[in-house]
Design a protein around this ligand. Structure first.
Ligand SMILES: [Fe+2]
Length: 268
């Protein structure tokens, strides 16, 4: 009788299909892929790294364009890509979403068109240097409206790094937090807090945030292998499961989030 060996388990884990929930692969709509050729190249690279489903999340900022114009442009890009034979050959499962720039006015707008398709998840990014006014109350209002904010690349914000308890409190309220794959690897992206947030389970998702093969290529496989080494296989599997749940509109299973403590000047 065949038995499952460690090597079999390793092999099947490596082959496990993964999901990218944050990328700029949809062409011609933001600072990501410029044309269909570039989109297809990036998707091929994601497939090589065992990604089978992708949420396209182009940048959206209420102060720069209208919601209608954005939705129209995104649909136009998606139709052009999905009708190209090169894309069809890849057999990727794709959905539409957005990466929404934070504004206190978010609650004045309709948010459904910005959510991950078929779900109540909405990916939100914040200013990189200064903590925005109204952060907590705006996110609380969004939660109260029945949406689930996914906080994009949380390792980037110095105000969370200075006070990770604030991020902890937002996750306790019901937000979900995402870390960039590149930050886990520690090359060209702020990485000091990325592993800590995952270890504390304050962050539950990793994504590529891929823009191009040069600017920020997909580095999912490398990131997962770093997580397996530093935090263990169960951890990496938990992260994959979370992405799958979000993609399919299910609640993310957040077990016991560790509240960060400051000891001798260091957050542990
Ligand atoms: Fe992004």
């Amino acid at each position: 009788m065949a038995t499952v060996t460690d090597t079999d388990t390793d092999r099947s884990r490596k082959k496990k299909k993964m999901i990218d929930l944050h990328c700029h692969i949809l062409q011609g709509i933001d600072d990501g892929a410029k044309n269909i050729e570039e989109s297809v190249t990036l998707i091929k690279e994601e497939k090589r790294q065992h990604i089978s489903s992708i949420m396209f999340t182009p940048h959206f900022n209420f102060e720069r364009t209208s919601l209608d114009k954005f939705v129209q442009a995104r649909q136009h890009s998606f139709e052009a890509l999905s009708s190209s034979p090169e894309f069809q050959e890849l057999g990727i499962n794709a959905k539409l979403g957005a990466e929404v720039f934070f504004s206190v006015k978010l609650n004045e707008y309709e948010l459904d068109p910005l959510c991950f398709e078929g779900t109540k998840y909405i990916l939100i990014e914040f200013p990189l240097t200064t903590r925005p006014y109204g952060l907590t109350h705006t996110l609380t209002d969004i939660l109260n409206r029945g949406y689930i904010p996914i906080l994009a690349h949380v390792e980037r914000y110095p105000y969370f790094e200075d006070n990770p308890v604030e991020l902890y409190n937002l996750v306790m309220k019901g937000c979900v937090a995402q870390v960039n794959a590149g930050a886990i690897i520690g090359k060209n992206e702020p990485s000091a807090m990325a592993i800590k947030y995952l270890k504390w389970e304050i962050a539950q998702l990793i994504s590529s945030d891929a823009h191009s093969m040069k600017k920020r290529p997909p580095r999912f496989a490398e990131a997962i292998s770093v997580i397996r080494k530093k935090l263990g296989d169960d951890y990496a599997d938990w992260i994959n499961k979370n992405s799958n749940d979000v993609f399919n509109g299910r609640y993310v299973d957040v077990p016991v989030v560790r509240k960060p403590k400051k000891i001798l000047g260091r957050w542990i």
